[in-house]
Each structure stands twice: as C-alpha cells, then as structure tokens.
Design a protein around this ligand. Structure first.
Ligand code: AMP
Length: 398
C-alpha cells in the first residue's frame, strides 16, 4: 500500500474515491461543505506534486438511473472555490466514452469530477466489471472516503483489486480517521471514558459490548438510557423504550460489572409532556417519570456527575447526543457534555467525537476546535469502533 504522504504523484493520474455526499438545499446549493472540505488536502497534495485527479463519489440515494436532484454537478462551484484555482472538468456519466476522453486528456494539475456513481446500480452491488471500468480512469487508486468505507461497493472496495499494492492507498482523511480510531482502541491512556447516547439501544448494542472490553467508564445518555432504567425496574413513563432489549441491557450491565467497567445511567432527567420544542418540562429522578411524561435530556445532577468523570479522563470517545438537542429546552445535557469534553481536552486528554449526531452537536456548540478529532464517518466510525473490518480499508491493505 502506498505511503500517501511520501509518494510523489508527478505524472500520475489518480482515480480517487471521495465522499461528496453533502446536503443540498431545494435550489441545489450545498448547505454543509464539511465532507468536500475534508478531501481538499489530499487532492491538493496530488496536484501540487504535478499529478492529476479523477474524483468519484455518490450523492444521495438515486433509484438506479439519472436523477437531476442527485447530480454531482450541483457541488462543482463549491469544489471549485475550496480548491482555489485548478481547472475542474465534469463528466456527466462516470463510464461513458466522453468520460474516458476527458480523463485521458487530463493534464498535470487538472481535476475531473465524474457524475454520481449510484446512477449505476452496479456501484452498490460491488460489480467487478463496473469497478474495472472505473479503474481505467487512473493509474493509481486512492480512497479518501471514510464515510463509505463500511460499504463493499464497486468504487470503495472492488476497484482496489485492479491495482497492485504500489498503486493504491489511503488519502490524508482516511489515514487520519484510521489512526485516531486505532489510537482510541489500542493505545489509550487511562482512564478511558466512552459517552454513548442517541435514540436507540438497538443501534448501539454492538458498540457497548465492544467498549466494555476497553473502557474504564461508560456514560449512557439519550433515549437509550431509558431501556436500561426500565430493565432495572425504574418507572420511565412514555420515554423511548425497547422492551425486547431489556434482557440484553441487563446482560451488558452485569458483563461491565465483571469487567470492572463502570456504567453510569443518568440519575435525573429533563422530562416533557409531549415530544416537541414547546413541551412543558421539569426535572425528576430518572427512575420515577410520571406516566404521560418522557425523558428528553439528562438532568443537572447527571450533568455534574458525567462532567466530573469526563474531566478526570485521559481518553474520551463520544458517540451520540445526551438528549433531543435539536430542541433548545432539551439541549443542555448535550452541550454541557460537549463543554466538559473540550475542557478535558484543554487539560491534555485525547478526545474523539465519532458518529452522526454527536458530530453535529459538537459543531453546533462551536467547540469542534477544542476536541482532538471529529470523525467524518458516522456509520463507518461506529463499525470501526465495534471492531468490524471495513471493506474499504481491507481492500487497500490486501
Ligand atoms: P443517534 O443517531 O442514534 O445518535 O440518535 C440521535 C437522535 O437521538 C437525535 O436526533 C436525538 O434527538 C435523539 N434522542 C436523543 N435523546 C433522546 C431521547 N431522550 N428521546 C428521544 N430521542 C432522543
């Protein structure tokens, strides 16, 4: 596998998988350019070396053919302004005769963006002949799309078999994601604390099971906390509840106990009389939520306890919000935790924010520069932390 940083790309044409699956407004304006921004250093390095780049990505979930709303042409101007300079060409089909003409005529320092890969159903099927057609666009394959590394698709995995180990590798983003997650799992300074939240236990069971092996503390928040509380006999009113997971929740608690991993559940909650931003709210013990009310955030006592644990930790993983932070009244828990993570990081802790909504929470809190690493890959980071082998990583390493 190529050592990206120390490779000179002069004279090479790189076919590069990026994750430009960005949100667009109704008038097709990019509303959050984080993912495009994340790929820029890798693209720039190749161009500065004197190479050229053919970019490929998916966007949204097209049904298997061309749909204007999912065209990557909508992101061209954003890419152009972030790259500051080079000519960017666009192929309106990723494997057409025109696309090959454009890639074969690409000159040093130029960029070609291919149309949405998922306009071909073969992409998600990991189809070898489609992957081979994509591979023809370049003589080196670089994968910098960590967000899709958990998918075994043509452009993320299958394509790698058409390049030998001296002609394929990870870009800067992919390397950073892998390095930071590996550091957290294998090289963590103790005490190590995981903060796990979000809506459902069912989404995080595998993560919790894996974390019990490596963490000293696990702080549980969000909707998933209530299945644990109910499993132990607490009254949770109308809070989120997955009855089929109560047994597993108890098993996790006893496994943690046997492993000397301390699991914390929120002692108090901010409860609401309905699921809305305008709901009435009050603070009660999480074990004693009245029948028609639901827990939508961790309470002040839980915040204090969790913050103390976080601030005495040397390594911190945060996955999932502590409450319905999209509603102001129920965002205090999540933002207080973000603050505690930032303060611990200021004091020298290593902190990784990995997975979906905790990433948007940290960005919304404006503290993203006061944590050690914010992952770009929601599902991919979750699977990596669960200990799974990601096809996009394996394909390069094979
Ligand atoms: P996840 O994608 O699993 O990290 O879940 C994130 C979502 O969980 C966010 O949209 C939150 O609004 C939601 N969430 C967090 N806490 C709760 C709660 N106590 N009840 C219902 N939904 C919650």
């Amino acid at each position: 596998m190529i050592d990206f940083k120390n490779t000179d790309f002069k004279g090479h044409k790189v076919i590069m998988r990026v994750d430009f699956n960005v949100p667009l407004s109704a008038s097709f304006i990019v509303t959050d350019d984080t993912r495009i921004r994340a790929a820029i250093p890798t693209i720039k390095k190749i161009l500065l070396d004197g190479g050229s780049v053919v970019l490929m990505s998916h966007l949204g979930r097209p049904k298997g053919g061309y749909e204007t709303k999912f065209s990557l042409k909508h992101i061209l101007s954003t890419l152009e302004s972030l790259l500051e300079g080079p000519v960017i060409k666009f192929a309106d089909d990723c494997i057409s005769v025109d696309a090959y003409k454009l890639s074969s005529e690409l000159k040093e320092g130029e960029v070609l963006l291919l149309e949405n890969l998922r306009f071909y159903p073969e992409e998600e099927k990991g189809d070898p002949s489609f992957a081979k057609k994509l591979s023809i666009h370049g003589d080196i394959y670089i994968n910098d799309a960590f967000g899709t590394a958990h998918r075994e698709h043509a452009s993320t995995a299958t394509i790698a078999r058409y390049f030998n180990s001296e002609h394929k590798g990870f870009g800067y983003l992919m390397s950073a994601e892998v390095e930071n997650a590996t550091k957290l799992l294998n090289d963590a300074k103790k005490p190590v604390t995981a903060i796990v939240g979000g809506a459902k236990v069912s989404d995080k069971i595998q993560l919790l099971e894996k974390l019990i092996d490596t963490m000293d503390n696990i702080l549980i928040g969000g909707g998933m906390a209530y299945t644990f509380i109910a499993a132990q006999g607490g009254k949770i009113g109308k809070s989120l509840f997955e009855p089929e997971y109560t047994e597993l929740a108890l098993k996790i608690l006893s496994k943690a106990n046997a492993n000397n991993t301390k699991i914390y559940l929120p002692v108090d909650s901010v409860i609401a009389d309905n699921f809305s931003a305008e709901a009435n709210h009050k603070i009660v013990s999480s074990n004693d939520i009245p029948g028609q009310w639901m827990g939508l955030d961790i309470g002040p006592e839980a915040i204090m306890l969790y913050s103390n644990v976080i601030k005495s930790s040397k390594t911190i993983l945060w996955n999932g919000p502590m409450g319905v932070f999209e509603f102001d009244k129920f965002s205090t828990g999540t933002f207080s935790i973000a603050n505690a993570v930032a303060e611990a990081t200021d004091e020298g802790a290593f902190s990784l924010i990995g997975g979906g909504d905790s990433v948007s929470a940290i960005n919304k809190s404006g503290l993203e520069n006061r944590v050690s690493y914010v992952s770009t890959g929601g599902g991919a980071m979750l699977e990596f932390l669960e200990g799974k082998v990601l096809p996009g990583i394996k394909a390069i390493q094979d």
